[in-house]
Ligand binder design. Sequence first.
Ligand SMILES: [Zn+2]
Length: 415
Amino acid sequence: MKRLIPVLLLATALHAQQTAIKARRMFDGRADTLRENVVVVVENGRIVSVGNSVPPNANVIDLGDRTLLPGLIDCHTHIALHAGDYDAQMLRETPEYRAIVATISGRKTLEAGVTTIRDLGNEGSGYADIALRDAVAKGLVDAPRVIAAIRPVTSTGGYRLTGYSPYNPMPPLSSAADGVGEVRREVRKLIADGADVIKIYMESYEKKQPHADMLSGAENYSQEEVNALVEEAHRGGAKVAAHTYSDHAAHMAIDAGADSIEHGLYLKEETFRAMAKKGIVYVPTLMVYEFWRDGVIFGTPDAATKARLTRTCDEHAATFKRALATPVTIAFGSDTFEKPGTNPIELEYMAKYGMRNADVLRAATSTAAALVGVDAGVIEAGKLADLIAVDGDPLTDMKAIEKVTFVMREGKRVK
Ligand SMILES: [Zn+2]
């Protein structure tokens, strides 16, 4: 007996503290229906079992009547941008200041139930995104896990501050790269600097505004350049997110083999079918244009801007409905930056425009996890313990997704 004691002590020491989360209802990230009366056991940041019984000596978190879900994964954010005068952010603030903003916005985003963000560029905030990513990974701050793009790639003249004398040096909002050689070099540099994903601006309105929506514009690149960008990104182990409004720009990204089409305001049904064939994901970002039209962001629009944005929102909603009629994979991306923590409202728009609630929830969990490449988004043994709980049942009422009352990221409870 005496000889057994050290062995038992050793076994206890090796066995980290377990936490058992009891919930009346659970959406597991995949199934169409909720599981009832579950116990999810977490240890060392990962889920070790999903069952019905609480292991002895486990800490118990009883969620009562709430619905447990995987933490949400937002595939399109700009965490170091914030509300207020846009140009002043670029011209008067330092990247260091913006990194502090990102840290605070990250906390708000996490508390809203978003445990991972794919952050697609922050316009003149240097390396704030990877700084936040690394600080979160080291446990210095509580914010979502970050998949970072650093700086989107675009051609000269695309995506920049406009209306200033060309004699003024301007902060780089994106990486200007022209020609196959420069595009390859820029992608290689971004990956070497720590980018997890490459974002490309497929078109831009900064040079000229040829279309009535004032958002879509001339293509930034030749097909050859886009092909080189995607090839180089994939060689470096990074996926490509293609910022695209118009159908013709989407086709260039699809032909090149990009991994996701962001926004895609005016895509045709056959375009979505082509994406489905190649496994390219659609990240619609519906909310941000609705917020803009309604004056929730950027202040109250004048009558002409409001009318223009109303048309854009209507066309975008029609596009989203066209996508739903095809087998294209859709993932959740809010594109929020002025209102950190409003991210889950995007899911309500997806439901409002005809996506089934279970499909919406998959778009924000298992589907998004596959797109951004994180071992989360599903509640099953072995996955990262990114878990949230909401009051009510989002399978029957998507508004419940705004009522997040419990958040755990990688096994650490933060709300
Ligand atoms: Zn965006």
